[in-house]
Structure formats: structure tokens, C-alpha cells
Ligand binder design. Structure first.
Ligand code: MV4
Length: 667
């Protein structure tokens, strides 16, 4: 029996919505997006054939509104709804509501979601189905003395977990019998607070496990297969950071045993569609943890090694088709990694960051690199949702090749405006233990010092590039202000040479708590820079997008320098360095209340430029109008003066703090 699915509503946002739209479109489906007030201009909305508003920015008022989503699907004539992951993807009420409205839910039956929802009930079910479990107790009887006796029988150390839990909430390690009673009381308290249910289970505590999960797929005809495994051991506070497939060290025999166990787990709950069976593995053993009844964030690594499109499989299964491949025909070729690029500050305990992505370059187009992202430059990372910027997926013939490609991809990633975990991800790939696949779920904690080295002092190359950028930018600005009647005037030359100009200039930069002065000598065709390590010849050319082709002491390199107000972000050879340009002219002018540079008060669009270079202006005259979020802001002359240069034209986008024009004080 097949059901036609010609249109699909995607009840999600961000990169997964974008990813689902791509496949649905390739399959010829009409794609219907939904969006909250915060996402009116989001990428998934732009990409879909149609997009419907579903409420306010908080997810509970939009992406979690079952009634609104079903109404929207009916109104749009959607045959099916794909929930993506997160939000309503594992909500049985949503699956039921779809069925009631006659809409296909692209996911498992509500009964399978329910069966796997309670961790202890799921374990009991798995035990019956012969799926291996960590030695432990997951019975109904919660008598503290009985639990203590069970702990003794299992053997210390043991782990107490919330029965209703998952994700590590309410977990307590107990090392010896005399700690058991206190740990139990504490675990029960946490479980009650987190889940409204204080029941617990007790397990043998594995001290150095790996997290290995198996991708399974079932159709409505009784077929069920596994698409091999992923290793997701590199986690932080139960948040996955790096995932890979296949799991390092996996033998074909063990893969087949784990795969068969995962298929048994899925069959035991009447599973249909894409699911993931999570195991923890230590030594020769592997033990069922839980089953995620949805497509997972890290599914792209499985797609990379199998060459399959899992969203296409989901839609085929939802239509009632049989699985595209039989078990023995599922390829396993090469190796793949995924990292999650987050707007977060590793230096401040990975605090999520919100704000505008002023500049974003993701390494699309490199060989073996896939980017899944739902945002672009200029977008806001909102407090309302997960601050993931992108998933970077690399693949190669073997683990080393895939890792090398990830190193290159991370080096080519540029984010300005928000701190990210990019350097932290680079540090993981630079760790010898990671390269040797010598890790378990404690990897990040154990290597904390190596992975979080703190802000590094800028090196001579960073200072040289910063200085070169400032000097070339200045030359460009004065060239732009050159007399149009005399375009060949030497005043317009974009090089360093100036008539009547002092032979050198001192540029001051601040970074990592220190000040550095670079003395730049003007020489024909470029500069000589006095840097901490010595003097180097420097020359270069600057593109409008910040691209800087430099030659430093004869070495040619491509860098990018982005300026936001006084801040310079320098990307070169895979490193990133932020410096403050301390401009003494500006500082003294501002202090004296004199003329100075006029900056945009917010990111926005230039809607009016009232003056041109050379114009005399009076204090209070409107100079430039910037618009953002339907608000206009007029930048007015702070005093009488002459406009020296105007940096932007109507229609240009400007960043917060961007220098709009330079005003010279009237003598
Ligand atoms: C364990 C364990 C060691 N022994 N169970 C953490 C979340 C939950 N889903 C299962 N978890 C663990 N269960 C026993 N008997 C260690 C963990 C664990 C972990 C598991 C997978 C991935 C990362 C982890 C990080 C810390 C602890």
C-alpha cells in the first residue's frame, strides 16, 4: 500500500529545515516552510516554495504549537509533515494529531515513540528482546535497602540514573557502599525536579566508555536494516561536539553484532522510519542506552559513508515504499567527520552567544566538504533557539584524509560578530590522542588545558597584517577623496609614498591585554615595518571585501582583515586574531571634542548621504541616514567642519561601528 506524498510541511527551522527542503525538492515535492516572528527572513523561509507564519519567536508559541502547525498543514494542503529533530520530533501527541488530520507524520508510530520514552521501561523491553544491557537493576521496587543490595550485587562503582531520564540528568556515580544512601537521595531529588518522577535505576558504572550509536531504518513491510554506526564520544556536558563514522577500531564482526542488536531493538517496538540505537561500549562489551526515535543531527556522517540520502529514505518509507536497499547492499565506504560550529564562548564556559553574524564564510566547495547551515552573514543568532551556526561534514577515503579535510575546512571558516567554538574544534583535531582515535566520553574533560589555551598574544605576522591593512585602507580612502578633476594627481596613489609626509607612522594595536606599537616607514611601493621580531618589508593589495594579498619579507600570503569600528579581525593561514586599533588621532580628537570619524550607531542600510567630500558643514547638519529594523538614525555633524571623505553610498550595508565619513575641523 502506498500513500501519495506530493507536498511536505517542514515543522522546523534552521539547517535541518534547509536540508529537508533540498531533498524534498529534488524528489519533486512541493515544500512548505513555517516560521516564527524571529525567522521571517530566514534561509529556510526563502528556500521553500511557500512559508507560513506560525507565531511569536519563543518556540512554545510557534514551532511547538501542535494546533497551529496542523491547521497550517491543512490550510497549505500538505500531504505530510516532517518534524526534523528537536521541537516536536519525538512528541507522540503530535504524531497522533497528524494521523487524526489525515496527514502523514514522517517518523515512527506514536506507540514506538512512547515505548522508548521511558528509559527504564525501554530497558526492560530490550532485556526481553535479548539486547545487551549494562549489568544493573531497573525494577519497579524502589525500596532504598533493596536498591543498596542491588548495588552490592552489581559491584561498585555503580551509577544511579533517573528512570524517566536520559541526557545525564539525575545521574550519580557511587564509588563505595557507604556513599550509596546519600547519592540515592540526591539522585531522587534531581529526578523529581527534572521529570516529576523520582524513580531510579542502578547500573554498573563504566569508567571509560565510548558512545557508539547505530543508525537503523524500518519500513511498513517488516523490513529493518542498520546503516552502520557513528562514534559520538567527543561530547561536553552531554552535548555532542564531534561525530564520526565508522567508529574507529570497529571490526566487521562487532559491527554486525551491534547492528543486529539495534535492529532487534527497533523490531521490539514496531519501529518504522529512521531511528538511532545508542550504546555505550567498553572493552569487548556494548550495552543498550536508549533509542532516539527521530533523524539525528549527526546523520550526515552516515550519509557520507553509505552514499544514501536518509531524508529521501524517510519520505519513501512514509509513502509506504519498501526500503531502498537490503542489508547486504548497504555500502560502507571511507570515513566521515562532523563538527558543530556554535556561537558560544569557550573562554566563558561555552556560554551561548546571541547577536548578529556580521561576517560568515563557510568552507563550501572544498573537496570532500559538506556544509549544512541555516544562516548567512547578517542573520541574527537568537536567544530563542539553538545557537548552532553550521555543521561541517568532511569525508575521505580513510580517517586521516577526512580529518585532514576537516582541518582545512575549519581553517577556511570565518565568523565575525560572535565568538564561536571554531578554534576549540581545531584544537580537538590537533590533539595527538584524537588523531590516534584514543578517546572515550571523558576526552574533552581530560584534555581541557590543551583544548582551551586561552587568548594567544598576537604574533608578528598578525601585527604586520593589521598594520598593512590600516595603511592600505588609509591610502585607499585618500585615493577615494582625490580630486576628480586631476585623477593622476599623486595624492590619489594607493601606495605608501606621500610628498611632504613624515617618513614613518606609529600604529598602536591592543590584543590579549597588551599594547604593541608597529612603526611603519614609507618606502617606494610599500612599507618597512618594525615588528617585535625585527623589521620586515611589507606590501600588499586590499579588496573591498577585506581580502588582503600581502608580501611580508618576500613571503606572499592571502589573508582577510575585517574591520568593525576599531576592531580588526585578521584571518590568515587558518588562524584568527582580534586586535584593537588604537588610533591616537581619533582618541585625542574625541577627548578634545574635536573633529573625528563618524561611525554608524547600529548595523543597517545607508538610506541617505547628504554630503560629499569637500563640503563645508555646520554643527547639527544631517550627514548620513542609516536604517535598521524600520528605524532611521541620522548621523549629524558634531561641529563645524569640512567633509574629508565619505565611505558609503545609498544602499550600502554597514556594520555597527563602521566609519561612515571623516570630518575635518575648520581651522
Ligand atoms: C553511563 C555511563 C557509564 N556507565 N552508564 C550519559 C547520558 C546517558 N544517556 C548515559 N550516560 C552515561 N551512562 C553507565 N552504566 C556513562 C555515561 C556518560 C556518557 C555516555 C555517552 C556519552 C557521553 C557520556 C558522558 C558522560 C557519561
Amino acid at each position: 500500500m502506498t500513500r501519495p506524498i506530493r507536498s511536505l510541511l517542514i515543522a522546523n527551522r534552521g539547517e535541518i529545515a534547509v536540508r529537508i527542503i533540498r531533498t524534498a525538492r529534488a524528489m519533486g515535492l512541493r515544500t512548505i516552510a513555517v516560521y516564527s516572528e524571529a525567522d521571517a527572513d530566514a534561509l529556510h523561509v526563502q528556500m521553500a516554495d511557500e512559508a507560513y507564519p506560525v507565531g511569536a519567536a519563543p518556540a512554545r508559541d510557534s514551532y511547538l504549537r501542535i494546533d497551529t502547525l496542523i491547521e497550517t498543514a491543512v490550510r497549505a494542503g500538505a500531504d505530510a509533515i516532517h518534524p526534523g529533530y528537536g521541537f516536536l520530533s519525538e512528541n507522540e501527541a503530535f504524531a497522533d494529531a497528524c494521523a487524526k488530520a489525515g496527514i502523514v507524520f514522517v517518523g515512527p508510530p506514536a506507540s514506538a515513540i512512547r515505548a522508548m520514552g521511558s528509559k527504564s521501561a525501554a530497558k526492560a523491553l530490550m532485556d526481553k528482546a535479548g539486547v545487551p544491557l549494562v549489568p544493573g537493576y531497573h525494577g519497579e521496587d524502589q525500596d532504598p535497602d533493596l536498591l543498596a543490595r542491588e548495588a552490592e550485587r552489581i559491584g561498585y562503582p555503580v551509577l544511579i540514573k533517573a528512570s524517566a531520564g536520559g541526557g545525564g540528568k539525575g545521574m550519580k556515580v557511587v564509588r563505595a557502599a557507604n556513599e550509596f544512601a546519600d547519592a540515592l537521595a540526591s539522585a531522587q531529588r534531581e529526578a523529581r525536579n527534572a521529570f516529576g518522577d523520582d524513580r531510579v535505576l542502578v547500573e554498573k558504572y563504566l569508567t571509560q566508555p565510548r558512545h557508539i550509536e547505530v543508525q537503523v531504518f524500518a519500513d511498513t513491510h517488516g523490513n529493518c536494516v542498520y546503516l552502520h554506526e557513528r562514534d559520538c564520544s567527543i561530547q561536553r556536558r552531554h552535548q555532542k561536539v564531534v561525530e564520526e563514522a565508522p567508529a574507529p577500531g570497529m571490526t566487521p564482526e562487532r559491527r554486525a553484532r551491534m547492528g543486529r542488536a539495534a535492529v532487534e531493538a527497533a523490531r521490539a517496538v514496531g519501529y518504522v522510519g529512521a531511528g538511532t540505537v545508542e550504546f555505550i561500549a567498553e572493552g569487548d562489551g556494548f550495552f543498550f542506552m536508549e533509542m532516539n526515535t527521530r533523524l539525528q543531527v549527526e546523520h550526515p556522517v552516515t550519509e557520507a559513508i553509505t552514499g544514501q540520502d536518509l531524508v529521501e529514505w524517510q519520505i519513501r518509507v512514509a509513502r509506504g515504499e519498501t526500503l531502498p536497499l537490503a542489508q547486504d547492499d548497504i555500502p560502507l565506504v571511507g570515513h566521515a567527520f562532523e563538527v558543530r560550529l556554535y556561537a558560544e564562548d569557550p573562554e566563558r564556559d561555552f556560554l551561548p552567544q546571541v547577536g548578529r553574524l556580521d561576517h560568515l564564510v563557510l568552507p563550501a566547495g572544498l573537496p570532500g566538504v559538506r556544509i549544512d547551515s541555516g544562516v548567512g552573514a547578517g542573520d541574527q543568532v537568537s536567544i530563542h533557539y539553538d545557537p548552532m551556526i553550521a555543521k561541517i561534514i568532511t569525508s575521505g577515503a580513510d580517517r586521516a584524509e577526512a580529518a585532514g579535510r576537516m582541518v582545512a575546512a575549519l581553517a577556511a571558516t570565518e565568523v565575525v560578530g560572535l565568538p564561536t567554538n571554531r578554534a576549540f574544534l581545531q584544537a580537538i583535531f590537533a590533539t595527538p590522542a584524537f588523531a590516534a582515535a584514543d578517546f572515550d566520553t571523558g576526552f574533552i574533560e581530560r584534555h581541557r588545558a590543551e583544548l582551551l589555551p586561552g587568548p594567544a598574544a598576537p604574533g608578528p605576522r598578525d601585527l604586520a597584517l593589521a598594520a598593512l591593512h590600516v595603511l592600505l585602507d588609509e591610502a585607499r580612502a585618500s585615493a577615494a577623496g582625490a580630486d576628480p578633476a586631476d585623477p593622476h594627481s599623486p595624492w590619489g596613489l594607493a601606495a605608501g609614498w606621500r610628498m611632504n609626509r613624515s617618513a614613518f607612522v606609529d600604529l598602536t594595536f591592543a590584543g590579549a591585554g597588551e599594547r604593541h606599537v608597529v612603526r611603519a616607514h614609507y618606502v617606494p611601493g610599500g612599507f618597512r615595518l618594525d615588528l617585535p621580531g625585527g623589521t620586515v618589508a611589507a606590501e600588499g593589495t586590499l579588496d573591498p571585501d577585506g581580502g588582503l594579498t600581502a608580501r611580508l619579507a618576500g613571503v606572499r600570503l592571502k589573508a582577510r582583515v575585517l574591520r568593525s569600528g576599531h576592531k580588526l579581525v585578521i584571518f590568515a593561514a587558518g588562524t584568527e586574531c582580534t586586535l584593537d586599533h588604537v588610533d591616537p588621532r581619533f582618541a585625542s580628537a574625541a577627548a578634545a571634542g574635536g573633529a573625528g570619524r563618524l561611525v554608524s550607531p547600529m548595523p543597517g542600510t545607508i538610506t541617505r548621504v547628504a554630503v560629499a567630500a569637500g563640503d563645508a558643514v555646520k554643527k547639527g547638519d544631517p550627514l548620513v541616514v542609516v536604517e535598521a529594523m524600520k528605524m532611521e538614525h541620522t548621523v549629524a555633524a558634531p561641529r563645524d567642519g569640512t567633509v574629508k571623505s565619505v565611505r558609503y553610498a545609498v544602499g550600502d550595508l554597514v556594520e555597527d561601528g563602521a566609519e561612515l565619513l571623516v570630518l575635518e575641523e575648520t581651522e
